[in-house]
Design a protein around this ligand. Structure first.
Ligand code: HEM
Length: 356
């Protein structure tokens, strides 16, 4: 786990940043505003870890300790794993774009940050600029407090097992299409990542947008084309994501949208219109988000849950749920292919619990 070491309310990067009382922020703010040049500012900040007696990686100028990632030598997760294994201390420091971060190694400290002392670490440090990107700015992933807490408290109850169970028929329909496709291609060598992505595209589109996509058809569905494009990696995407993570000012200056969400917004608006005009109920997330919006304004002060916010959450679920789950499914299926004994055991367990 990484947290931003500086107690700045304009904080960037890291996974979460530490909330520190205003009075304790004076030094950093003074440093921020009296800086004669960017370089002198960076210089002082780059002494912070040393001053605090934290073991740290020697930074490579502005890129800090992510230089190997920027060069494309190592993927970020692997790079952090590599740094993690170099240390035995409970935490160590790294620099990114001249800013100091702590990488936590000790499970007890991680537990404090994520559970016991979470009140001090509530905000993520991702860029949040609603004027530039209304969709990402309203997303649960990016919202700042108190909005995050208010919306999170209202959204959690829509993920109960009872409500998810109601979506089971939708999920089953998507999996049956995958089964039919696999049966058609029995004994062929298949790209399991692509198959999982098609399956998750259908599932996520149906559960979160009320839209049946049929990705296992002859040609790619519009949803599949959009999801592929979202996760395609090129220089422009790298710059955008890097700015969202590490230099939020670039997001505001260059008006960078996190993702092109026009298609998803249109589909969701269509779904809402259809539900409202024809009074359709499907027991999916569109229904649940519509109910949430109706009840929200009645009892939550200051935080708004308008149509933009509702669409933004649906897009968040799509983005957060699609790639993560399709990768997990792909790896699980791949491993099961290699281990017939695990496959048999799993089949037995499923058949015991779930009657077709
Ligand atoms: C294997 C699948 C998944 C993995 C590994 C995964 C991983 C994660 C992780 C690590 C976080 C926390 C990040 C942080 O604290 O900064 C997170 C947050 C989140 N995930 Fe997932 N996720 C998965 C599936 C899903 C699915 C299916 C959905 C869609 C409903 C989803 C929606 C979210 C949302 C909305 C958040 C932000 C929650 C908040 O800030 O309150 N995830 N996920």
């Amino acid at each position: 786990m990484i947290w931003n070491f500086l107690c700045s309310n304009k904080c960037i990067t890291g996974i979460r940043h530490l909330k520190v009382p205003e009075s304790d922020m004076a030094d950093d703010d003074t440093l921020r505003f009296r800086a004669i040049s960017v370089l002198s500012l960076l210089n002082k900040k780059s002494q912070l870890l040393e001053k605090e007696g934290v073991s740290y990686e020697e930074p490579f100028f502005l890129a800090g300790n992510l230089w190997d990632v920027f060069k494309g030598k190592r993927q970020i997760g692997k790079h952090l794993g590599y740094l993690y294994s170099k240390y035995t201390t409970p935490y160590f420091g790294i620099y990114i774009m001249g800013k100091p971060y702590l990488v936590l190694r000790n499970p007890e400290i991680i537990k404090s940050v994520t559970i016991r002392d979470f009140n001090n670490f509530e905000d993520r440090t991702f860029a949040c600029d609603k004027n530039v990107d209304l969709m990402s700015g309203n997303s649960l992933f990016i919202l700042r407090n108190p909005d995050w807490r208010n919306i999170r408290n209202k959204l959690s109850p829509i993920f109960t097992s009872g409500k998810l169970k109601l979506m089971f028929p939708i999920m089953k329909k998507c999996s049956m299409e995958m089964v039919i496709f696999l049966n058609k291609h029995d004994s062929e060598i298949m790209d399991i990542k692509e198959i999982s992505a098609k399956y998750m595209t259908d599932l996520v589109a149906s559960c979160f947008f009320g839209f049946e996509t049929n990705s296992f058809g002859e040609k790619d569905s519009d949803f599949r084309i959009v999801s592929k494009k979202m996760f395609d990696f090129d220089i422009a995407t790298a710059f955008r994501l890097f700015s969202y993570f590490f230099v939020p000012k670039f997001v505001s200056w260059f008006k960078l949208k996190l993702f092109d969400t026009d298609f998803l917004q249109n589909v969701f608006h269509e779904a809402i219109k259809e539900r409202q005009t024809h009074d359709i109920k499907r027991n999916d997330f569109v229904d649940l988000l519509l109910q949430l919006k109706e009840n929200f304004s009645e009892n939550t002060k200051n935080t708004h849950f308008d149509t933009h916010s509702m669409v933004s959450q649906a897009i968040t679920f799509f983005v957060a749920g699609f790639e993560t789950t399709s990768n997990a499914v792909a790896f699980a299926l791949y491993e099961l292919c290699l281990r017939q004994d695990c496959q048999d055991k799993l089949r037995e367990e499923i058949e015991k619990i779930y009657k077709y």
